[in-house]
Design a protein around this ligand. Structure first.
Ligand code: AMP
Ligand code: ZN
Length: 484
C-alpha cells in the first residue's frame, strides 16, 4: 500500500518496522464537549485505514489517548484548560466531564461503525511517565526550567518544522486564538512540557513533580502514551490536519529528543470538514453532532458513506442539503443490496478476485476510499450471481463499515412484510436467516393448499416440524423459525 507521508511530503510504500505488527497511534478527543462530525471525519478515515491494513493481512495495534488534561484553548500554551472550561460550563468536576464525554465519544463512534482502538489511555493515566520523559529531556539539555514552567528548547533540534508543505492557514490554525508572547520562552516555538505557574490557578488536576506541583502540557501526553505502549518506534501516527502544527511537530521533537533517534515513520493527516463559515470547530459557535444528525432523521452511516466518497486529504464541505443527498445515496445503495437474493448461486471465485482487485487498487493508492466505494457499485452491476455479490459486499464492508449486509437484510425483510400487506404470499424467517430449502418447502405447502391437496400440505408441515422448523400461518404468508 502507498500512503502519503506528511513528514516526507510524498506517497511512500508502506512498510512497517516489524512484519508482525503495525504500530498505529491516533490523537484522541479532548473530552470537554461532544465530538463534532468534523472530528469524526478524522476518526472515520483513520478507522478505514486501520481496517484496510487488517484486511490486507497486517496485525495492527492501535492506541488512542483521551485528552482529559493540559489542552489549552490555544494550542500555543495559552488560555484556559479546555477541560476546566467544560467543567465550569456544566457545573461538574473535570473528571465527571471527562467520563461523560468519553462515553459519548465512543457511543458516537459505535454509531459510525468506528472500531474502538486496542488501547485507549486517558492522559491523566500516565503522568508519572511524562515526568520521567521530561526529566530525561532536562538531563540531556533539550528542556529548561523558566518562570515556573518546564519548556522544550526547540533550538536543540536540527530540524523543527517537518510538515510545512501544508497551506499556511492550516498550519497556524491552532495558534492563532489569543496568542500572547511568553517571555520565559528562549525561542518562539518552545513549548511547555510541565506547567506549574499559569494564569489560571484554579486548574483542577495537579500532580507533584521535581519542578513543583502542576500538570503536563498537551503534547507530552501523546508522546508519552505512544512510547509507553509501543516502545521506541512507531509506524503510523494520525490525526486531523490541525494537529500537524504545533501538536505533532512538538511530539516529534520531544520524542526524538528523549529517544535520541528517529521515532515515527509515517504521518497521516486528515483534512478538515468545512461548513459555509469555515472549519468546523468545537470552540466556535454551534457544532454538529451525531445526535443532531439522528434527530434530523439521518442515519450516521449515511454520513460515513459521504466521508468515504471523498479522499481524506481533501477538505470536505458539509451542509444539510449535502447530508440529504448522502442519505438518498445511502438508501438507494441499501435497497440495491436488499434486492439481491442470498440463496442465488454458488460463490464465483473468478468474479470475487476481479472485484477485489479493483477495490484494493483504490485503497492501495493512498487510501482512495472514493474508488473503493465505486468498487461497491461495480459489484452490484457485475455479471455474476447474487450470492457472490453479497459475499464480496460483506468482504468490502470489513473496511468500509457501511453496514451493507445487515441493513440490506433488514430492508429485505421489510420488503417482504410490505409484500404481505400487498396480498402476496410471503415467507418470513423470524430470525432473518435465509434458507432456500425451507422456503421451497413452505412454498410447496402453499401450492398444495391452493390445489386443495390438504394431505400433502399437512405432510410438508410435519416434515418441517420433524426437521425442527416451526411454521405459523399469517395473512398472505407464513413465518418460520427453528426450535431449540
Ligand atoms: P480534539 O477533540 O479537538 O482534540 O480533536 C480531535 C480530532 O479531530 C483531532 O485529530 C483533530 O485534528 C480533528 N479535527 C478537529 N476539527 C476537525 C475538522 N473540522 N475536520 C476534521 N477533523 C478535525
Ligand atoms: Zn495527540
Amino acid at each position: 500500500m502507498y500512503l502519503y507521508n506528511s513528514a516526507s511530503h510524498k506517497k511512500e510504500l508502506f512498510v512497517p518496522n516489524s512484519p508482525d505488527i503495525v504500530k498505529m497511534y491516533t490523537c484522541g478527543p479532548t473530552v470537554y464537549h461532544f465530538a463534532h462530525i468534523g472530528n469524526l471525519r478524522s476518526y472515520i478515515m483513520e478507522d478505514a485505514l486501520e481496517k484496510y491494513l487488517r484486511y490486507t493481512g497486517y496485525n495492527v495495534k492501535r492506541v488512542m489517548n483521551i485528552t482529559d488534561v493540559g489542552h489549552l484553548t490555544s494550542d500555543a500554551d495559552e488560555g484556559e484548560d479546555k477541560m476546566l472550561k467544560g467543567a465550569k460550563r456544566e457545573h461538574k468536576s473535570v473528571m465527571e466531564i471527562a467520563k461523560f464525554y468519553t462515553d459519548a465519544f465512543f457511543a458516537d463512534c459505535a454509531k459510525l461503525n468506528i472500531k474502538t482502538p486496542d488501547v485507549v489511555e486517558p492522559a491523566t493515566g500516565l503522568v508519572d511517565f511524562y515526568i520521567e520523559i521530561i526529566q530525561r529531556l532536562m538531563d540531556n539539555g533539550h528542556a529548561y526550567f523558566a518562570g515556573g514552567n518546564v519548556y522544550f528548547d526547540t533550538s536543540t533540534m536540527e530540524r523543527y518544522y517537518v510538515f510545512n508543505d501544508f497551506n499556511a492557514g492550516d498550519l497556524d490554525v491552532g495558534v492563532r486564538e489569543g496568542v500572547e508572547e511568553d517571555s520565559n520562552k528562549r525561542n518562539k516555538n518552545d513549548f511547555v512540557l510541565w506547567f506549574t505557574k499559569s494564569k489560571f490557578e484554579d486548574q483542577a488536576l495537579k500532580w507533584d513533580s521535581p519542578w513543583g506541583v502542576g500538570y503536563p502540557g498537551w503534547h507530552i501526553e501523546c508522546s508519552g502514551i505512544a512510547l509507553k505502549h509501543f516502545g521506541e518506534d512507531l509506524d503510523i501516527h494520525c490525526g486531523g490536519i490541525d494537529n500537524a502544527f504545533p501538536h505533532h511537530t512538538n511530539e516529534i521533537v520531544q520524542s526524538e529528543g528523549y529517544l535520541g533517534h528517529k521515532w515515527c515513520n509515517y504521518w497521516v493527516h486528515v483534512s478538515h470538514l468545512l461548513v459555509a463559515s469555515g472549519k468546523m470547530s468545537k470552540s466556535s459557535g454551534e457544532f454538529l453532532t451525531v445526535s443532531l444528525l439522528e434527530e434530523k432523521g439521518f442515519d450516521p452511516l449515511a454520513y460515513r458513506l459521504y466521508c468515504l466518497q471523498s479522499h481524506y486529504r481533501k477538505s470536505l464541505m458539509f451542509s444539510w442539503e449535502i447530508m440529504q443527498n448522502a442519505q438518498v445515496t445511502y438508501n438507494k445503495l441499501i435497497s440495491r443490496v436488499a434486492a439481491l437474493k442470498p440463496e442465488d448461486g454458488e460463490i464465483d471465485q473468478a468474479a470475487v478476485d476481479a472485484l477485489k482487485a479493483k477495490f484494493c487498487a483504490g485503497l492501495d493508492n493512498d487510501l482512495n476510499t472514493s474508488l473503493a466505494v465505486t468498487a461497491v457499485y461495480d459489484v452490484l452491476k457485475y455479471n455474476t450471481n447474487d450470492a457472490t455479490k453479497l459475499y464480496v459486499l460483506g468482504d468490502f464492508d470489513r473496511v468500509l463499515g457501511l453496514g451493507l449486509l445487515e441493513k440490506g437484510a433488514k430492508k429485505r425483510e421489510e420488503l417482504k412484510k410490505q409484500a404481505v400487506t400487498a396480498g402476496e404470499f410471503t415467507i418470513i424467517s423470524e430470525s432473518g436467516e435465509a434458507d432456500a430449502e425451507v422456503e421451497a418447502k413452505i412454498q410447496a405447502r402453499q401450492d398444495a393448499k391452493k390445489a386443495k391437496n390438504f394431505a400433502e400440505a399437512d405432510r410438508i408441515r410435519d416434515e418441517l416440524k420433524a426437521a425442527g422448523i416451526e411454521l405459523t400461518d399469517i395473512p398472505h404468508g407464513a413465518k418460520w423459525k427453528r426450535l431449540g
